[in-house]
Design a protein around this ligand. Sequence first.
Ligand SMILES: [Zn+2]
Ligand SMILES: [Zn+2]
Length: 240
Amino acid sequence: MSGQPGKLPARDFEEIRLAEALEGGRCPICDARQEASHAALRGLAREGATDRGFRAELDKGVGFCQPHSVGLSKMELLQTSSQLATAVLLDAILRRRLAALEKLSGANAAAQGRRLAELAAPRCPVCARAEEASRTAVSRLLELSADAAWSAALGGGEICLDDMCALWTAAAAGPKEVQSRWSGVLAVQLARLETLQKALAEYAHNSTSDRRQLITTEQHEASAASVRLFGGSPDRDRAR
Ligand SMILES: [Zn+2]
Ligand SMILES: [Zn+2]
């Protein structure tokens, strides 16, 4: 159950987006993370190569993680049909990385192990923006849970397991009233997960070739919902 469209009271753009995600059956925190990384990648594809502040960041060792290296290239291709900004940025990162790797190849084994672990951390600015958006969404949702409609939507909403734990962690560290609001939401979420687990077990039970015709729509949906529970809500189409 993800609530009826347009029912959640929202005061600003941020809340409208959280409401749309919940009402559309998506995890609102995954959604906020995806929105933030898309915005960051759009900005970098447009201005990253000429942005002096960002170039200075790269000189300090900032780079892109694997998914966002690919993401940047795809975003630029989508926006400008070229790969110029991506090439400029990756060149700047590669230059710095290469110098570090070459220097390291001459060091002793213990130093190599230590430094390689440091070098492996991409310090990705897109990930940083996504994490920030995730934290903001978590605290905003816990605030909004004071409203009965939001609390109900959060209880029945398709929140992925990681983000459910993120909400829980933040609630547990919050004031008493947030903790008690959250325990109400959590009880409904846990009941949702119990129902999901039962349907998933039945689906698995019916998955042998002789029983396949017994699979119900609910069991079929449980299988897709379980992938979203563990894998997060899939990226929605962005035509912008
Ligand atoms: Zn999520
Ligand atoms: Zn990243």
